[in-house]
Design a protein around this ligand. Structure first.
Ligand code: HDD
Length: 715
């Protein structure tokens, strides 16, 4: 039974799969094709004939192969999996998929970048989409989130402006998949409500190491509704079991060149190798009557609820365990919509969410070509979909009978409406009263306090990365006045931050602004357009907001480069490799040439890549085995030296064995040589000179040795 629940979506998809093995090519009409290499011509050297239906069909289909890419989140990667709740959630929600801890609910997840086109790079500095479709017995539930818990704007009305500003510039379509240009920062500098999200976007969250290592957030406040019709406000979180890890910006840029598919490939390979990505679903729950007890409005999507105020309760786990069979059919054609909800979940009046509820269905109509996209296999619910909607392009279903209206008597009133007790969705009966107005609530006017909270919560190294990010992004902005406005906004977040960024941009540091701190939002807030208020915060710093204050160590699936040349110590390489692989690490042998490597005892080892075909930025750690002849060759090899140098700069664990120390010395001549750690110091600095393999394993598990950057900063 359990297994069956897990497989229901897979089984449904199975019916639509075809196998080519041992089959003939046919036309789309099922006629076998005898030659798909040559068109039909009048004579060997004559013109192609109009009657060549095989050619025309093949070419016509090809000509129509592309569909519009998503207007945002165009580039992504997806996976199948399942979700299992830990305990029944009956007390707060009647949602069926959150009740039975034995039930595995099929899911499909699509991770994405927002800005770049379909063919852009995975490692752009950008927000990552984190969209989950739960195929529940009560219909599809979509949790369409991001890896950042807040959004740039408070009202969906501004979404087209935001996206126009961030996409490549209108005249020359430059730059690709990047926020580092004038129109984006022009818009942001005029939109102080975006500053909280900007702080996140300038942090290492926006350059994740892997889709498997980032959090996800539903962003808006939603509702749980229980059997008794009682509503509880809820924020959704996905917590990756591998922890949250980023790369350095320098690496991100290089990965974009070396392997633009880095994240996509990482996800695919992890699943193929059985290292299934796992995320726990967390909820922050607030009783409806407590809605107004915060320093901010729960309907404002530019605000988080600090975890210190409301803890994240982990209520279940999602496991991604199957790669799609066909990228287009599944990952490209999947259509998400925050409006796809099931009984037990409902919306709030967040004006961003309300606008999204229009946009997603609308966008699928143009992208997928008509109103029947719900019939595409990946979009079909596993519960049956039945109603009086009819016809339209590409209709798959054959609706029998005369009836396509309700009420009807000729078919006995079928299909019936479902009462609430029969599982019919009933909207939460929220009481609403008000005038029609086109305005922003005053309770949305505190733009800076949580941006400051985010900045204050970071470690010095994380702050440094943010200052670097601002300096890079604004350094690409050509118009002086935009930079000035941005630095002006930063002074409102943190004066020291703005001073540091201003210095890097060669600008005078603006004076510290007056920030009259209010207790709560004052009655005249927002009287002037864009005039922010500052509200005293209960929390000054939140551990949960820092990636580095929440370290999670692991070695499984870490990529370790063994730098070798012919004559490498065969025993050493074998022992180290076996040890690392037994822990689940992904070891790759890198050498000056491809093919086979000859060890000192004449044994042959397969080389995974030559130096020219790979790069240090594609790895998490480096191991340089001993062996006189290998050492002598690596010492002369500029690519090997560069590999080690860059790995050091990017704070990765590096193991050096025996004679390989000479390669290290060649990498860092004279005074450039970093201090080699003694004894236990190795684990602090991440350089493992003739260390025990257990220490290196621990080092690789730590992800990065940021202390090295601190040391560089102090120099
Ligand atoms: Fe959106 C796609 C997430 C605000 C309009 N959005 C899209 C996807 C994700 C998000 C993950 C890709 C889904 C997939 O993989 O197919 N969007 C968000 C989040 C937002 C947000 C977390 C703020 C909290 N989005 C937002 C607004 C609007 C849209 C305010 C418009 C009013 N989003 C869209 C869209 C897209 C989309 C145009 C493009 C492709 C698609 O829907 O299927 O409708």
């Amino acid at each position: 039974m359990e297994e069956k629940k897990d497989n229901r979506k897979t089984e449904q998809l199975e019916q639509h799969k075809n196998q080519q093995k041992d089959k003939f090519i046919t036309t789309n009409q099922g006629v076998r094709v005898n030659d798909t290499q040559n068109s039909l011509t009048a004579g060997e050297r004559g013109p192609t004939l109009m009657e060549d239906f095989m050619f025309r069909e093949k070419m016509t289909h090809f000509d129509h192969e592309r569909i519009p890419e998503r207007v945002v989140h165009a580039r992504g990667a997806g996976a199948h999996g399942y979700f299992q709740v830990y305990e029944p959630m009956k007390a707060v929600t009647k949602a069926d998929f959150l009740q039975d801890p034995d039930a595995k609910i099929p899911v499909f997840v699509r991770f994405s970048t927002v800005v770049g086109f379909r063919g852009s790079t995975d490692l752009a500095r950008d927000v990552r989409g984190f969209a989950v479709k739960f195929y529940t017995d009560e219909g599809n539930y979509d949790l369409v989130g991001n890896n950042i818990p807040v959004f740039f704007i408070q009202d969906a009305m501004k979404f087209p402006d935001l996206i126009h500003a961030v996409k490549p510039e209108a005249d020359n379509e430059i730059p690709q998949a990047s926020t580092a240009h004038d129109t984006f920062w022009d818009f942001i500098s005029l939109m102080p409500e975006s500053i909280h999200m900007i702080m996140w976007a300038m942090s290492d969250r926006a350059i994740p190491r892997s889709y498997r290592m980032m959090e996800g957030f539903g962003v808006h406040t939603f509702r749980f509704v229980n059997d008794a019709g009682k509503s509880t406000l809820v924020k959704f979180h996905w917590k990756p079991l591998l922890g949250v890890h980023g790369v350095l910006w320098d690496e991100a840029q290089k990965i974009s060149g070396e392997n633009p598919d880095f994240h996509r490939q990482d996800l695919w390979e992890a699943i193929e190798n059985g290292n299934y990505p796992e995320f726990e679903l967390g909820v922050q729950m607030v009783a409806e009557e407590d809605m107004d007890r915060f320093d901010f409005d729960l309907l404002d999507p530019t605000k988080i609820i600090p975890e210190e105020l409301v803890p994240v309760v982990r209520i279940g786990k999602m496991v991604l365990n199957r790669n799609p069979d066909n990228f287009f059919a599944e990952t490209e054609q999947i259509a998400f919509h925050p409006g796809n909800i099931v009984p037990g979940i409902d919306f709030t009046n967040d004006p961003l969410l309300q606008g999204r509820l229009f946009s997603y269905l609308d966008t699928q109509l143009i992208r997928l070509g008509g109103p029947n996209f719900h019939e595409i296999p990946i979009n079909r619910p596993i519960s049956s979909a039945l109603n009086n909607q009819r016809d339209g392009f590409m209709r798959q279903e054959i609706n029998k009978g005369k009836n396509h209206y309700h009420p009807n008597s000729i078919e006995g009133g079928c299909p019936f409406q479902a009462k609430m007790r029969e599982g019919g969705f009933t909207t939460y009966t929220e009481k609403i009263e008000g005038r029609k107005v086109r305005t922003r609530s005053k309770s949305f006017s505190d733009f800076f306090s949580q941006a400051t909270l985010f900045y204050n919560s970071q470690t010095p190294i994380e702050k440094k990365h943010m200052i670097d990010a601002f300096s890079f992004e604004l350094g690409k902005v050509k118009r002086e006045r935009i930079r000035e406005r941005m630095v002006g906004l930063l002074t409102q977040v943190d004066h020291e931050l703005s001073e540091k960024v201003a210095a890097r941009l060669g600008m005078d540091s603006p004076p510290e602004p007056e920030k009259p701190i209010n207790k709560g939002v004052p009655a005249d807030a927002g009287a002037e357009e864009f005039e922010p208020v500052y509200v005293e915060q209960k929390i000054k710093s939140s551990e949960a907001l820092s990636m580095l204050k929440n370290p999670v160590s692991f070695i499984v699936s870490r990529r370790i480069a063994f730098l070798c040349a012919d004559g490498v110590d065969g025993n050493a390489i074998r022992n180290a490799r076996e040890n690392l692989e037994s822990q689940g690490a992904n070891v790759q042998v890198i050498a000056p040439h491809s093919g086979m490597l000859k060890t000192d005892s004449g044994e042959k080892i397969k080389i995974d890549s030559s130096f020219i075909a790979t790069s240090s930025v594609l790895f998490d750690a480096v191991y340089i085995p001993a062996g006189k002849q290998s050492t002598d060759e690596l010492k002369k090899n500029m690519e090997a030296i560069h590999f080690i140098n860059e790995s050091y700069k990017h704070c990765k664990a590096i193991a050096i064995e025996g004679s390989a120390k000479e390669v290290w010395e060649k990498t860092f001549p004279g005074s450039m040589m970093p201090d080699l750690p003694q004894g236990n110091d190795a684990l602090k600095k991440g350089i493992f000179l003739d260390s025990k393999i257990e220490d290196f394993i621990e080092g690789v598990s730590k992800h990065r040795f940021w202390e090295r950057e601190v040391a560089e900063m102090e120099k």
